[in-house]
Design a protein around this ligand. Structure first.
Ligand code: ADP
Length: 273
């Protein structure tokens, strides 16, 4: 028995979303609360296919929460988030909005690859084992094919010789590259990066950023929360600045770094650069 969510949501979402080929993410008027604490306030963001969007902002401004909402790892209380035209986490029936079944959410989530600060590889599986697990178990891809793809992915992230290594035998940077390969193995149409380099030793940040930059150049649609302003400068199509649960600026990197519109962006840049 599906549980009806807030009736207001349906008004806010304006009916059944239409398929939008060129738009990968469409967030409109998103509110998110943890208890009484509102951490996202009327957040709207559209990401087109192939776009690279970098989200910046002070700690606690809601960046991580927002991208977790895109993947439906967090529920929202108002607004709508569409990924590839699908209302993630909810479905509409007879003009009402219902929370979707967990297995449907899982299916929708497969289109989205997510890379976390902590790589969370399975310790008992090799690098290749980590990569092929989900394609075989979840997508039902034949082992031989998954292994072939997995090896190609490992090569693509510079780890062709580490297929049989276990996570404990790999450096943090190598583990994170395996985590990226693992996400890509599901053939996502969108990649979310949540401070993917923040937990790494400084000397390993570059190798992970290189993989991310490569992906960006190859046309992967990406949203990255990061403090790496060099990455933003080099590959972002847009920089989105969040502050206190709101998007306060959404602009191209050149403009953001040379002529930020708001005083808060200026203050943030002065602190971080
Ligand atoms: P950022 O990524 O910009 O640092 P977060 O999205 O992590 O910000 O956090 C935004 C706000 O939400 C913060 O005030 C944080 O304490 C709060 N918050 C995040 N996750 C939770 C949670 N699971 N429960 C309660 N509060 C949370």
């Amino acid at each position: 028995s599906a549980k009806a969510v807030n009736g207001d949501i349906l008004q806010a979402i304006g009916g059944i979303p239409s398929e939008t080929k060129d738009t990968v993410v469409e967030a409109i008027g998103v509110d998110k609360y943890f208890g009484a604490h509102q951490v996202l306030k009327d957040v709207s963001l559209t990401v087109k296919r192939g776009e690279v969007v970098v989200i910046v902002g002070p700690s606690g401004s809601g960046k991580t929460t927002f991208i977790r909402c895109i993947n439906h790892l967090e529920k929202i209380q108002k607004g709508r988030i569409l990924v590839n035209g699908h209302l993630i986490g909810y479905r509409e029936r007879n003009g009402r909005l219902y929370e979707d079944a967990e297995r449907n959410i899982a299916r929708q989530r497969r289109e989205i690859g997510m890379v976390f600060q902590r790589f969370n590889l399975f310790p008992h599986l090799t690098a290749l084992g980590n990569i092929v697990e989900a394609p075989i178990q979840v997508r039902g891809i034949a082992r031989a094919e998954a292994v072939e793809t997995g090896k190609a992915l490992l090569a693509r992230v510079g780890l062709a010789d580490k297929a049989n290594s276990y996570p404990a035998q790999l450096s943090g940077g190598q583990q994170q590259r395996v985590a990226i390969a693992r996400a890509l193995a599901m053939r996502p149409s969108l990649m979310l990066f949540d401070e993917a380099t923040s937990a790494l030793d400084p000397e390993m940040i570059g190798e992970v950023l290189e993989v991310m930059k490569e992906l960006a150049r190859e046309g992967m649609t990406m949203i990255a929360v990061t403090h790496e302003m060099g990455f933003a400068r080099e590959v972002a199509d847009r920089v989105v600045m969040m502050d206190e649960g709101r998007i306060i600026e959404d602009t191209d990197p050149t403009r953001f770094f040379t002529a930020p519109a708001s005083d808060r962006s200026k203050a943030f840049l002065a602190r971080i650069l």
